[in-house]
Every structure is written in C-alpha cells, then in structure tokens.
Write a protein that binds this ligand. Structure first.
Ligand code: ADP
Length: 623
C-alpha cells in the first residue's frame, strides 16, 4: 500500500485528514503552500512546490527552521513570530530560490511573493500560520530585462559622438545623453525642462525656438543649426535634427533628436566664403575681364569690369552665355565655333575679336583654360584684355611695312633691270673683270634685297588678309629642281644634293611653293657656314607629299624650335648674332604652307644641323 505522501503528492499530519477535498485543493494551489503549527512553526503540511523551495526535504512535523533559508539574518523568522503575536498578515516579496524545478537536473532561479497569515482555532486563538508563496519569476525577469535594456540604451546613447535628446510637446527636455553633458560641463538635471536653452548662444536662441514652434505645429521634422556654449568657453556649431515622437496609442509626444558637431564643416564653409570673397575682390580690381563657366558652358562668374566694359544691364542671355549681340557680327561665328571646339576638347584657347563697349567695338584678346580639380573637369576660367591700342599700332606698323616695301620694290626692280642689262653687255669682256665681278656682287645683293622686300610685303599682305594664291596642278619635282638650281647658282660653298623622287603632283601656287623652298634653302646655307652640303629629299604617303631640307649647321635648341615660325622671331645667342636677318622668312613660309592645308616643322639638335620639312596634300585628278 502507498504512503500518504506518495499517493497525494503532499504530506499531512492529523490536520484535514478527514477532508480529502480540501487537501486536493491545497495540492493544486498555484503556489507554494505550507501550514505551520505552534510558535516553533512545526510544518504540519506542505505541498510539493513548498518542498522544492525547502531543498526537497520532507518537513513534516519538523520546524521550518531546519530547511528554510533565511538570507536576511533571521528576518523571516522574526516575521513569522510577529504574525503569530499580532495576528496581522505579513509579506515577503521576491524571495529568490534556486532549485531543480523540473526535476531534470538543471538548477535555475525563481522568485516568490510570500504572504504569511495567522490560522485561528475555533476559539479564535492563533493556532498556526499559513504560508503561501506566489511565483513572480516572470514579472521579476521582465523587470530585470527592462533595467538591462535601459542600461544598454544609456551606454549606447552615452557612447554616441552626437548629443541625443528627447523633448515633450512643449519643447521641455526630458532626456539628454552624456555627450551633451560633456559638451556643456553641467550635470543631467540642469538641462531638463528649459535648462538646456542656457547653453545655446544667445544670438541663436530665437531661431532655435522659432523653428521648434513652427515644426511642432506641423509635427514635421525639426532642423536648425546653432552654437553651443561649451564648458571650455568656446562655442561649437551643431546641426540639430528632430523627429516627431508618438506613443504606442498614437498620441504625439514631442521630438527625439540629435545634435551633430559641425564646427569643422562651418569653419571650412567660412574659409571657402573668405577665399571666394578674396577671389572676387582680386578679380574685381584686376584691369581685365575675368569669367568662369561650369561644365555645361553656362557662365558662373563675371567680374565687375564686364559691366563697365560692355555698359549694358544684361550681360548674359537666358542660356547663360554672353549676349551674342555684344560681339562684332564679323567675329561672332568664329568666336562661337572656336570656343565650342576648344571647350569640347578641354583645350586652352586664345582668341582675338571685337566686342561692343558702349557704342564702339573694341578688340579683346581672350584666353581660356580648363579648370581641373583633382583631375576632374569643372568648367573654364579665362581672362580678356582690351588690345585695341595694340591692334591699332600693329595696323599702323603693317601699313607702314606694306607701303615701305611697296615703295622700295619699284626702284629695286629698276636697279635690277639695269644690272641685268649691264651684265649681259659685259659678260664676255674679260678685260673688264673687276667690273664684271662688281656687277655680279651687286646682282646677288639686289636678289637678296628683293627677297627681303618680297617677304616684308607678304607679311603685310598676310596680316591684312590680302595674300591670294593662284593654285594650279603642277609636278612638284620641277619646281624643286628649278629652285635648287637658282639657289645653287648663288651658293659658293655648298652643294645642294637633290635625291630624285617619283613625280608628285600638287595643286598649289607654284611661285609661293618656290618661295618656301628658297627660304628653307637660303636658311640652310646661311646657318651652316662650316659645312658644304645640303640634302633635299621628297617622300610621300597616300595623301600627302613631304619635302625635307637637311643642313649640317649650327642647329636649334628644342625650346626655340616652336618659336622660330613666329613673326620676327630670331634665336638669340652669340653664334646667331653673326647672321643677318629679320626673322620673317620662316613665318612667311609657314603661313603659305598653312594656306595650302599643309604643315611645316623642324627636327634639329644644337650644333648638329637641322632638317626643315613641309608637307602638301597630293593632287587627285577628278574628271
Ligand atoms: P632670319 O631672317 O632670322 O633667318 P627666319 O624666319 O628665316 O629669319 O628664321 C628664324 C630663325 O630661325 C633664325 O633667326 C634662326 O635663328 C633660326 N633658323 C632658321 N633656319 C635655321 C637653320 N637652318 N639652322 C639653324 N637655325 C635656323
């Protein structure tokens, strides 16, 4: 037969043995239950849970003290005695017990709220105590979890580099994190309510408040930049942003937001503004026209001089370009085409054109360069100068050169004719050897002078756009041979060696090509006094023919090579000073070849001779 304990799951003495139903009720009670008898608290019965709390020991008819753990130094038992004495129910909350609750070998902690009530006999005397423990583990654990979450939240917010805050609907602070406290150097409580406003620089307060009032009405995102008064006496720029906050029931509760330190950003913005201001001041005080564009060719900046120069209210048209009516009608197309071409190829450009200044047109020399920032194209910057005076001087000079060379040409032609006549008369008279020699020398010098005057006249024609070409197809070799022969005739030291090539036909101005060849050959002779040979070679590709004149003379430094084709440019150096010249031969040659859609160039090394080249498009006969 089973013992009572085994049968019912709880122990009982004489108490309620007769009332099985009540015992069942105690057994099923959702908590730990024990009935204690007498001042020693003899355990008259306890249910299984109570037994578990007592470390699984059977306490039946034993004093509670034998099994009950009293962590507060006897506090429990004093409470039991008190209840016994006074008859008042007493409580002990969240009594923690570690046990193997599910009998699976795993220990865990549970919490119980205990109530201790007196048990009275029929005569109303206090006969014993009823101890009931209610399992509150879930509640305690939820609270612990909540506390841990709060701690975590605090750690996270305190670790943030930005200040975090929460305000109610009136703008009163209900939370700030440690970052804000560190910035201001004042403890948490100081900032609560309206305390925080004291740490906003007075000048910024109005905007901070006004923005809040505006946004809180609309319940929209809050945004304001302001300065914080720091504990070290400095001010610090912050960007405050806030998001409307709603409770779980949907009620608007204020804002939660952050303040980000933007002092560095503000500093660099200020520096940028300062440097822009400086640039503007410099640009405005410079006596030139300065402009800038973006990548879309639209003008982004014009300095003050533009307004003074053009003297119109609107400098720019709707498309962001300079009003085209400001440009001279004859130059407009050239300017627009050249500008667009340079811009699209990201190339530097220099243009000379006329622009309206008040009622007149004035010449402008305009230079533009691409603006690059760390390799990224950002548009163009350029400057223009009024070059009207220079142009006028140039015109006067050109007119003078034109007129002088023209006037010189007539007497020289006449002198040349007489010399030719005298030469033909005296050429067979050996007794007049001195006269013949003198006539030949004069003839050579006159030829030189004629070439010089022709070149000068050509320069003036080119400058004023009056140089015309009489193009016709001809065999290049013929002209080259003729020219070489002519120059060879006057050369005393040099042998001009012409390597024959297939016959190439070009469509060009015969005389002008001969003039280029003569210039190259006479230079080759002039600048190679120590040598005695000049080579002329002809080669061709599918589309063009190339002529090379190679000498073995003084050569040209690389840095001079690009400049020698400029008008009036002569290489300076003690060697070069011994050679007479004007610096126009190569300029004229280059201009002539350019007008034939060809190219001129040089390959040379100082002291090692030079090779001058020109190329011309090959003529294709089209029926
Ligand atoms: P110039 O009348 O001075 O010869 P050019 O226009 O013909 O004028 O030539 C310009 C300059 O180029 C010359 O002053 C000279 O310094 C240089 N130059 C031209 N041809 C040669 C050459 N074959 N060898 C070395 N230097 C040359």
């Amino acid at each position: 037969m089973l013992s009572e304990t085994e049968e019912t799951g709880f122990s009982a003495g004489s108490f309620y043995q007769s009332d099985n139903q009540l015992r069942q009720a105690f057994m099923q009670a959702p908590g730990a239950l024990a009935i204690l008898r007498g001042p020693e608290s003899l355990c008259e019965f306890n249910n299984l849970l109570f037994q578990k709390i007592c470390g699984g020991r059977d306490l039946l008819n034993k004093p509670l003290r034998q099994a009950w753990h009293d962590p507060e130094g006897g506090e429990w038992f004093r409470m039991l005695e008190e209840v016994y004495k006074t008859g008042e129910t007493a409580h002990k909350y969240e009594y923690a017990v570690t046990a193997d609750w599910d009998s699976d070998g795993n220990l865990s902690e549970r919490f119980f709220d205990f109530a201790c009530s007196p048990y009275r006999s029929a005569g109303n005397d206090i006969d014993g105590l009823i101890l009931f423990g209610h399992d509150v583990t879930v509640k305690v654990q939820a609270r612990q979890q909540f506390a841990e979450q709060q701690l975590l939240f605090k750690d996270i917010t305190d670790a943030a580099a930005t200040a975090l805050w929460t305000v109610d609907t009136k703008g009163d602070i209900i939370f700030v994190n440690q970052t804000w406290i560190d910035w201001t150097g004042e403890p948490y409580d100081v900032h609560l309510g309206r305390g925080w406003i004291e740490f906003v620089v007075p000048l910024d307060r109005e905007q901070v408040i006004n923005n809040f009032r505006r946004d809180v009405n609309l319940k929209s995102q809050y945004q304001v930049d302001f300065r914080v008064l720091r504990k070290d006496g400095c001010t610090q720029w912050v960007a405050a942003t806030g998001k409307p906050r709603y409770l779980s029931n949907g009620e608007f509760a204020g804002y939660v937001g952050s303040c980000m330190d933007i002092t560095e950003r503000k500093k660099s913005e200020q520096m940028l503004r300062d440097s822009e201001e400086r640039f503007r001041n410099i640009a405005d005080s410079a006596p030139v026209l300065i402009w800038m564009t973006g990548v879309d060719k639209r003008t982004t900046f014009l300095n003050k001089n533009w307004t003074q120069f053009a003297n119109v209210a609107e400098l720019l048209s709707d498309n962001g370009h300079l009003q085209s009516s400001l440009m001279h009608p004859n130059d407009k197309e050239m300017v627009i085409t050249s500008y667009n071409q340079a811009f699209d190829n990201r190339e530097e450009f220099y243009l000379e054109y006329r622009m309206k200044s008040g009622e007149d047109f004035r010449w402008i020399g305009m230079k533009g360069v691409p603006r690059m920032n760390a390799g990224v194209f950002e548009g163009y910057i350029g400057s223009g100068m009024d070059i009207t005076d220079m142009k006028e001087h140039e015109q006067v000079k050109n007119d003078f050169i034109g007129m002088a060379s023209h006037e010189l040409k007539t007497p020289i032609t006449s002198i040349k004719a007489y010399i030719q006549l005298l030469l033909s008369i005296y050429k067979d008279r050996s007794e007049d050897e001195f006269l013949l020699k003198s006539l030949n020398t004069v003839n050579k010098q006159i030829n030189k002078l004629t070439r010089l005057i022709t070149d000068l006249l050509d320069v003036s024609k080119m400058e004023s756009g009056r140089l015309s070409l009489n193009c016709e197809p001809f065999v290049l070799n013929d002209v080259l041979k003729e020219t070489i022969e002519e120059v060879q005739h006057t050369a005393t030291h040099h042998d001009i060696v012409f390597t024959p090539a297939p016959s190439y036909t070009v469509n060009a101005d015969r005389d002008r090509i001969a003039q280029v060849m003569t210039n190259f050959l006479t230079n080759a002779i002039k600048y190679s006094p120590e040598s005695d040979r000049i080579d002329v070679k002809v080669s061709a590709t599918e589309h063009e023919v190339k002529i090379a004149v190679q000498d073995y003379g003084i050569g040209i430094n690389p840095e001079e090579q690009a400049k020698i084709f400029n008008r009036f440019y002569r290489v300076e150096g003690k060697n070069e000073q011994t050679f007479s010249g004007f610096g126009i031969g190569l300029y004229v040659a280059a201009e002539i070849i350019k007008r034939h859609s060809g190219h001129v160039w040089v390959q040379s090394e100082k002291s090692n001779g030079s090779a001058f080249y020109f190329s011309l498009p090959l003529y294709r006969y089209e029926a």
